[in-house]
Design a protein around this ligand. Structure first.
Ligand SMILES: Cc1cc2nc3c(=O)[nH]c(=O)nc-3n(C[C@H](O)[C@H](O)[C@H](O)COP(=O)(O)OP(=O)(O)OC[C@H]3O[C@@H](n4cnc5c(N)ncnc54)[C@H](O)[C@@H]3O)c2cc1C
Length: 426
């Protein structure tokens, strides 16, 4: 039989659990056990970033970094001032994985393969002496009077050979991601849990009036989502899809509006500023220039500015009943006003959620106020720690979700090793 008494049991073999287990073991803690319910740890890392794994983001200032977290935000200033993307870059470099920055700031492994991130984490865990049980799911936690926990596991047949389904642990770290089991265990242990809702999804438009423009990318556009509980604004790249809208600006918008959208049943009004933030005067001037310089050309063949997608321009002319073969010189004042208005603000009815983008996370989880964010230890239950997506923290797309996992895992692992040393010294 394998040991049943462990210094630290980590439930959840995702990036947060691995980072915590490796850090604790590298800092001298012996007897670290990591439980992963499925046969394949780090499953989300493998599929992340379209198979390339967007490990983190080149955002070096913790104050700027927290702006990318719709949930968490200010509370993360402290954690990010201790372990930020720069530390993450160095951490992986020390273990042989070089991260490369893309023009938009996202950082990927040089190999462009998520499997190299998995390989580094697995090698670091093995080198530090972390024991990993696959197919071992934490089902029940009973705190002991003198400290520590009794744990009950469910073991998948044939995976964790010789493992016992009842264990004891001096310390327990929950890093179960968006899976309901971790939230249930946390609430049984006295923690308030914010109900989970999806974040980072695309938007479906009712009877999608933009369907014919599928594939058009506009950069930048301004988006405003109008909901009964308020308005949310974003500016950035928009991709038109067969069902509605997607692209970074939409994902950011739905991340910040995740809860309000859920409350409205995913119905809202979406206003798009196709001009990307031009003033009324600037746009009027562009039309004046077009009239002067392309007077004899048909509207169909001459856009008011070159970056405006031709397909979108034709769509707007059509939507406002302006004849495509009309010449710029003949454009009536009323039609010009309508087109200027449409370019600055076209409204579309949001009818639901579209499919998820490349990244999907859960908003909600263990309330931050009940966790000491310097150590990630529970303020309710001594010896209990949290890391990763299980907490009520989520970031926008771009590597920010993994960064929170690296940071919270690193803080928890270090604090656990220190607490164990201090307990031994007493
Ligand atoms: C398709 C996709 C692509 C993504 N791409 C990116 C990206 O490129 N960059 C980025 O920053 N973020 C990305 N994300 C988000 C990112 O994957 C998550 O934020 C991150 O994986 C959360 O890490 P975690 O360790 O908290 O939880 P998870 O990665 O979910 O790991 C938790 C682990 O715990 C296990 N588990 C659950 N319950 C138990 C239990 N009771 N006992 C034992 N084990 C248990 C689960 O099986 C799982 O393996 C992506 C997400 C998806 C779905």
């Amino acid at each position: 039989m394998l040991p049943v008494d462990w210094s630290l049991v980590v439930a959840g073999g995702g990036p947060a659990g691995y980072m915590a287990a490796i850090t604790a073991a590298e800092q001298g803690l012996a007897g670290v056990l990591l439980l992963e319910a499925t046969p394949q740890p780090l499953g989300k890392v493998l599929i992340s970033g379209g198979g390339r794994c967007n490990v983190t983001h080149a955002c070096w200032d913790p104050l700027a970094l927290v702006g990318h977290y719709p949930r968490g935000s200010r509370a993360l200033r402290g954690p990010f001032s201790r372990f930020a993307p720069g530390d993450c870059l160095a951490w992986f470099a020390e273990r042989g994985l070089e991260l490369v920055e893309e023009p938009d700031g996202r950082l990927f492994p040089r190999s462009n393969r998520s499997s190299s991130v998995v390989a580094v984490l697995e090698a670091a865990a093995a080198a530090a002496g972390v024991t990993v049980w696959r197919g071992a799911s934490l089902r029940q936690v009973d705190p002991l009077e003198g400290g520590g926990f009794n744990l009950r596991l469910r073991l998948a047949p044939g995976l964790a050979h010789g493992a016992s389904s009842t264990l004891s642990a001096d310390r327990l770290l929950l890093a179960t991601g968006g899976h309901p089991s971790g939230r249930q265990l946390a609430s049984q242990l006295g923690h308030a849990v914010v109900a989970p809702v999806p974040s980072l999804f695309t938007l479906a438009l009712e009877a999608n009036p933009l369907a014919a423009l599928r594939g058009v990318v506009m950069d930048p556009v301004g988006l405003e989502l109008r909901l009964p509980s308020g308005r949310f604004r974003e500016r950035g790249v928009l991709l038109i899809t067969g069902w509605g809208v997607s692209g970074p600006a939409t994902l950011r918008l739905t991340a910040f509006a995740a809860r309000a959208l859920k409350d409205s049943g995913y119905r809202a009004e979406l206003s798009i500023d196709w001009s990307g933030g031009c003033s009324a005067d600037e746009l009027r001037q562009r039309f004046r220039n077009a009239r002067a310089q392309q007077a004899r050309r048909q509207l169909l063949n001459a856009r008011p500015w070159p970056e405006l997608s031709r397909r979108l321009w034709i769509h707007l002319l059509d939507r406002h009943g302006v004849a495509l073969d009309q010449r710029w010189a003949d454009l009536r004042r009323r039609d010009e006003d309508n087109l200027l208005g449409a370019l600055r603000s076209s409204s579309y009815a949001v009818g639901g959620r579209g499919p998820f983008g490349e990244e999907f996370v859960t908003a909600g989880g263990v309330t931050l106020g009940e966790v000491n964010l310097a150590t990630m230890e529970s303020r309710k239950q001594p010896g209990l720690y949290f890391a990763g997506e299980l907490l009520d923290v989520d970031g926008v797309t771009g590597g920010f979700n993994f960064q929170h996992c690296w940071t919270s895992g690193w803080l928890a692992g270090g604090a656990i090793a220190r607490a164990a040393r201090a307990a031994r010294a007493d």
